[in-house]
Ligand binder design. Structure first.
Ligand code: FCA
Length: 327
């Protein structure tokens, strides 16, 4: 009996040694399109938590264009990685990314922005975690409608800046979700102005929104929407430069990372009224874990996971963040 127990014990030890040695050999890449954006910093931060927990190596790479994506994937292959998670700078790179991954024998999963084929349809075979874009957009729209009413504005006097990035399907879904709620509430279509941004950052949004504000100088009250906090912040900054005060601007973003939080921390309220907080913990930690389990246990991730958002305003963002476990 004693010999038997010892043998079992030895077996367990050998097994544990084998799995932890294996975990140490697992290398997973996490490629993001905009490493300077606070959302992506947070995604990486939570992916790191998964790496520590499971004992694998996380290789974080910023890739702002197609060429960088290609070399990042080759690089991961050369380093002996087994898989990667990517938020691509351009969803149309889809088939190229899949081919590159296969050539390097790497598993691939996408986060935030879903890859599309040449005809624009999503690559459904690639596991993806994104946000429920339309629903979250609708929450933005509802917040705007509620606040417009609260301020006693007449919708016909209000302009809406739609900071747009229409080459990205999730961006279209988000802003259209917001606009559908505004329109249902009676917001005049003629008062909605497109501000196409060249890049999904604050500077590009500021430039785009400035054009709209200058062209429509007669409108004194504004709301602003966009695909993320950066887009809406750009519109808010633009409104400030043309002298529109916070009480005449309602901007509601999507994200809830540092760029939004810093705005809420300012001593006086700005035109950045609120944000729908989404979860970098789910998008970073869970995708990294999914990829690890795929590599280590052969457990393939869900093909499609859509995460929810929660509205946060200046006076309650801390408790919302706590609730979401992203403090
Ligand atoms: C897109 C946006 C990011 C973030 C993410 C969830 O990638 O560009 O800002 O909103 O979706």
């Amino acid at each position: 009996m004693r010999i038997f127990r010892a043998a079992v014990l030895l077996g367990t030890v050998a097994f544990m040694a084998a799995t932890s040695a294996f975990a140490a050999d697992v290398k997973i890449g996490f490629i993001v399109k905009q490493p300077e954006e606070s959302w992506f910093q947070d995604e990486w931060k939570f992916a790191d938590v998964a790496a520590k927990e499971k004992g694998f190596t996380l290789i974080k790479i910023g890739a702002e264009d197609g060429e960088k994506v290609q070399s990042a994937i080759d690089n991961l292959g050369a380093q002996g990685a087994q898989g990667f998670i990517i938020c691509t700078p351009d969803v149309k790179l889809g088939p190229g990314i899949v081919a590159k991954a296969a050539a390097n024998d790497l598993k691939v999963m996408t986060v935030d922005d879903r890859l599309v084929s040449a005809d624009g349809s999503p690559l459904e075979d690639v596991p993806h975690m994104g946000i429920s874009a339309t629903k979250i957009g609708e929450a933005v729209g509802q917040t705007l409608v509620d606040e417009i009413k609260k301020r006693g504005w007449d919708m016909k006097d209000v302009g809406a800046i739609r900071v747009s990035y229409d080459q990205l399907p999730t961006a279209v879904d988000r802003v259209n979700g917001a606009l559908s709620v505004l329109k249902t509430a009676g917001f005049p279509e003629a008062n909605i102005f497109d501000a196409p941004q060249a890049k999904t950052d604050t500077e590009a949004a500021l430039n785009a929104a400035t054009v709209v504000l200058n062209k429509n100088a007669g409108i004194k009250k504004w709301v602003a929407i966009g695909l993320n906090d950066e887009a809406v912040l750009g519109a808010v900054r633009a409104s400030e430069t043309v002298g529109i005060t916070a009480d005449n601007m309602i901007g509601v973003g999507i994200g809830g990372a540092d760029s939004a939080i810093n705005e809420f921390k300012k001593p006086t309220a700005t035109g950045f009224f609120g944000t729908v907080i989404i979860s970098p913990k789910r998008h970073g930690y869970e995708t990294a874990l999914n990829m690890y389990e795929w590599v280590a246990d052969g457990k393939e991730p869900e093909k499609l996971t859509l995460t929810a958002g929660q509205l946060a305003l200046r006076d309650n963002y801390q408790s919302v963040r706590k609730e979401l476990g992203i403090e």
